[in-house]
Design a protein around this ligand. Structure first.
Ligand code: COS
Length: 381
């Protein structure tokens, strides 16, 4: 049972997700066995329930929810089905820089449709040589009259294979921001763009990951987001919030692994009694429960700081680091306790949970990057 720091605002979110939980879980398990493809069925269920536009600005058709409500929603969806929580989260990650730094026309063009799930946006930052080193952008925006000509390649872009529009990071060559990253909104359904699904992903299969290449793509200069040369800062600001989302997702995975394990340990008989009676099993369950609760509280703390308008980069990185590693611990212990019944997917959700979890220590900044961000925040000044 998940603990709320604020029952009034968190419990209604949990109750709302419970209404779609069994459906997204059932569809998710079917899609997990298929070749990698974006699951529009789950995406539309989530959009219909308001989960896709949940924290997008209300004045542009979003739900306008707080960071704490958002974290609760992602945690609860991930409990039912982790990839579905990504299907809900990615549009909000991609829209975030538009909501923060876009002008009214840009917001009107993207947010209302994205909130309803009618348009799929992508956050296109990572490149083959700009992953952890996100500032090393090789994508170029060459000025040509009233247009930019975009050239470059983006990889590991969530929903990048199906996205309609991208917030694309790169460098403008002919202006004073030379060498600094800028962000441009790009219609991804136009000539010169090739988008592909990355194949054989270990987990999170139907919240797909793509490669997008840009060859001489014409984009109006009016699509520049905010100010030139501020793109890296914009990306980092968005990632601060997104890291709370991944911490919440990891917390949901922890709780699911714990609940499945408690249920199994009470039912599984060995040496004449349920294995829950064995101290070796009890210790593992105690550690799983303790890490789950700590992950949850760190996630909520970071979200509450964001809601209060305080700086929260440190707390978001700490929550993401801790929760992702806790989730790894929990799925691993769950697998150990379930043994063969965990390792083989026809018996329990543990095999899928184990695969879906692993990326939490990789995306939105690896655990190593979170440690750099934490140390940087502590040592600065
Ligand atoms: N919010 C606002 N501004 C920020 C910021 C934040 N969270 N983090 C950094 N900045 C600003 C700094 O203030 C600095 O601005 P000035 O140049 O005006 O001083 C600028 O950005 C550079 O900051 P810093 O020197 O700390 O950045 P680094 O190059 O050292 O950052 C890391 C390195 C590794 C932290 C960064 O590149 C990073 O987070 N990489 C991982 C990227 C990632 O998570 N990718 C996942 C895929 S995206 S889905």
């Amino acid at each position: 049972m998940a603990y709320n720091v604020n029952d009034n605002i968190q419990q209604p979110v949990r109750d709302m997700v419970k209404e779609i939980g069994p459906d997204i879980q059932r569809i998710g398990y079917e899609w997990d066995r298929k070749p990698d493809a974006f699951c529009h069925d789950i995406f539309q269920i989530l959009a219909g329930k308001g989960c896709v536009g949940f924290n997008m600005p209300k004045e542009y058709g979003g739900g306008g929810k707080s960071a704490l409500e958002y974290a609760t929603m992602i945690e609860e969806i991930a409990y039912w089905d982790a990839p579905s929580s990504l299907l809900a989260a990615v549009s909000q990650l991609a829209v975030d820089p538009v909501a923060r730094h876009g002008n009214d026309d840009q917001k009107k063009a993207i947010i209302p449709k994205a909130a309803k799930g009618e348009l799929i946006p992508a956050f296109a930052l990572t490149e083959p040589n700009a992953g952890s080193d996100a500032a090393n952008q090789q994508t170029t925006f060459t000025v040509d009259g009233d247009n930019f000509i975009v050239n470059g390649e983006k990889i590991f872009i969530m929903h990048g294979d199906v996205a309609d529009v991208g917030v694309v990071f790169g460098k403008i060559l002919e202006d004073g921001s030379r060498g600094k990253v800028s962000a441009v909104i790009v219609d991804l359904k136009q000539d010169g763009i090739k988008a592909e699904t990355l194949k054989h992903k270990m987990g999170m299969k139907y919240a797909t990951t793509g490669r997008i290449s840009f060859k001489e793509v014409k984009v109006p200069k009016s699509n520049l987001l905010g100010e030139p040369g501020k793109g890296f800062k914009y990306a980092m600001m968005t990632l601060d919030g997104a890291r709370i989302g991944i911490a919440a997702q990891a917390t949901g995975i922890c709780q699911r692994a714990l609940d499945e394990t408690i249920k199994y340990a009470k039912e599984r008989i060995a040496f004449g009694s349920p294995i829950a009676k064995l101290q070796a099993i009890q210790w593992m369950i105690a550690d799983m429960a303790t890490k789950t609760e700590a992950a949850r509280l760190m996630t909520y703390k970071a979200a509450e700081l964001q809601d209060a308008g305080a700086r929260f980069s440190l707390e978001a990185a700490q929550a993401k680091l801790f929760a992702a590693e806790a989730a790894n611990f929990c799925v691993d212990r769950a697998m150990q306790i379930h043994s063969g019944y965990g390792y083989i997917g026809e018996f329990s959700p543990i095999e899928k949970l184990y695969r879906d979890q692993r990326v939490s220590e990789i995306y939105e900044g690896t655990s190593e990057i979170q440690r750099l961000v934490i140390a940087g925040n502590l040592l600065r000044g």
